[in-house]
Design a protein around this ligand. Structure first.
Ligand SMILES: Nc1ncnc2c1ncn2[C@@H]1O[C@H](COP(=O)(O)OP(=O)(O)OP(=O)(O)O)[C@@H](O)[C@H]1O
Length: 245
């Protein structure tokens, strides 16, 4: 469904991605694992239309995807929730969620229906009650992250990219987000999941790719490697130091 083929990206002297290739499958939760600086964020930015590769190709449904810029990627069904909470602080929760939809639609849909749509999408995963009319900037950071997640989900994306989004959430909301991820995947959505937490990786992933120094070390099915084998693939030296105390 989605494939990156031989993708490279440098920032000056720094190689962020080096000839990286991963084939993703629809209807899976595909985790990207890697230490800080291994290229995860660069891959996320590439698949969000924010950075362009120096070389290599993105294939969507078997054809090279020529679009550039966030709007082109969104139109093709990609939705990304970034690690940094990108909220419009002076707009209501409802407005923030419906920012995910077409601008014209959000202006023409009556207020009551706008609230209903925002409520419906939040119900899919937020346990915390979120006041729809409150200015989003006044909410705690974890709640803001749920609002941003709702903005992505309201678009019914084919490809949902979640970059460290669960870190700030409390336990109940995190579990609810995981349940939603599983449900979306069962409906055919591809979910790219970026996390540092090995328990989440082992519990949720259908497939796992490990990045190291911008290269893809492995792409494998869940259960192929143990958590410590994955850690070793991510950071062989750290894993060896841990093993030898
Ligand atoms: N805009 C930039 N300018 C210069 N170097 C950059 C830029 N963005 C990323 N890099 C470098 O590229 C490499 C890969 O970074 P990237 O952010 O993709 O890694 P990451 O695995 O997402 O790390 P983190 O977990 O810290 O977000 C790093 O060495 C980083 O310092």
């Amino acid at each position: 469904m989605l494939e990156v083929q031989g993708v490279s990206k440098r920032y000056g002297e720094t190689v962020a991605l080096a000839n990286a290739s991963i084939a993703f499958r629809a209807g899976t939760i595909h985790t990207i694992l890697g230490e800080n600086g291994s290229g995860k964020s660069t891959l996320v930015k590439l698949l969000s239309g924010i950075v362009q590769p120096d070389s290599g190709t993105i294939l969507l449904d078997g054809a090279p995807f020529a679009g550039f810029g966030p709007a082109a990627f969104q139109a093709a069904g990609f939705a990304t929730v970034f690690q940094e909470v990108l909220i419009a602080p002076d707009r209501s929760v409802t407005d923030n969620i419906l920012l995910g939809l077409d601008g014209l639609l959000t202006r023409t849909v009556p207020r009551a229906e706008r609230r209903q749509r925002a409520q419906a999408v939040l119900k899919r995963f937020a346990v915390t009650e979120i006041p729809l009319d409150q200015l989003a900037g006044q909410l705690p950071l974890a709640v803001q992250q749920l609002v941003v997640l709702a903005r992505a989900v309201v678009r019914n994306p084919r490809i949902l990219i979640l970059d460290e989004v669960t870190a700030a959430l409390d336990f109940a909301d995190r579990e609810a987000v995981f349940a939603m991820m599983r449900k979306l995947a069962s409906e055919g959505c591809l979910i790219l999941f970026i996390t540092h937490r090995m328990d989440e990786v082992m519990a949720l992933s259908d497939r796992i790719s490990v990045l190291r120094g911008g290269s893809v070390v492995t792409t494998e099915e869940r259960g192929t490697s143990t958590a410590s084998e994955l850690l070793k693939a991510m950071a062989p030296r750290t894993a060896a130091e841990l093993a030898h105390g």
